[in-house]
Design a binder for this molecule. Sequence first.
Ligand SMILES: CC(C)(COP(=O)(O)OP(=O)(O)OC[C@H]1O[C@@H](n2cnc3c(N)ncnc32)[C@H](O)[C@@H]1OP(=O)(O)O)[C@@H](O)C(=O)NCCC(=O)NCCS
Length: 188
Amino acid sequence: MKEFLIKGDRVVLRPFKRTDAHALFSHASSPEVRKYLPFMSDIANVESAHAWINSSRRLFRQNKGIYLGIEKIDTRELIGSMNLKNINLADRNAEVEYWLEKRFRHKGFASESLLLLLDQAFTELDLVRVYAIVHARNTSSIRLLERFGFLREGTWRKASFMNNVWSDVYGYGLLKEEFQISSYNHAR
Ligand SMILES: CC(C)(COP(=O)(O)OP(=O)(O)OC[C@H]1O[C@@H](n2cnc3c(N)ncnc32)[C@H](O)[C@@H]1OP(=O)(O)O)[C@@H](O)C(=O)NCCC(=O)NCCS
């Protein structure tokens, strides 16, 4: 796969660089980011942030994942990440995963970034299906997916045990033929 650099109005999605390690560690240190992304707890210092970045680049070379930092165009800050993981080129499926640092939420940056990634996923990569696995209480993430027409395809009952509470986990999916840039723009 060729390197991805996807430019939007306010953000650019681009591969993680070594120099992102401090910002990545800072994102991973936030309970607000870690809450629904347990793997972020492994990024416990700048060295493990470096290791995560190296691993993301290795998975990219193996055609298994596209891990993109969300960079705000005006300030060039790394404000989050928008990734395709578990890419299966035989079945043309992949899982989407994302986060935003807390102070950049509720401003539409995740929506803009997801739009850019889905456009590439369904055109450049020619995927037929993009899916997401979401905790039932992660309402912001559910709103984001449903804004793009992702359908709830299934429920894993009591699949998560967090803070002494059992919760369901949802599987969401979007097919290529269901993805319409114009319908997202109208829904905004
Ligand atoms: C999931 C997550 C990325 C969603 O972030 P978000 O800020 O809610 O999403 P957006 O950036 O698209 O912002 C959308 C909101 O901003 C509002 N908004 C404000 N200005 C806007 C603009 N210019 N354009 C679009 N939306 C705008 C929208 O109305 C929307 O509000 P709503 O949530 O009340 O409907 C964020 O909650 C997060 O990082 N969570 C932690 C990590 C996580 O859970 N990841 C997912 C695991 S499955």
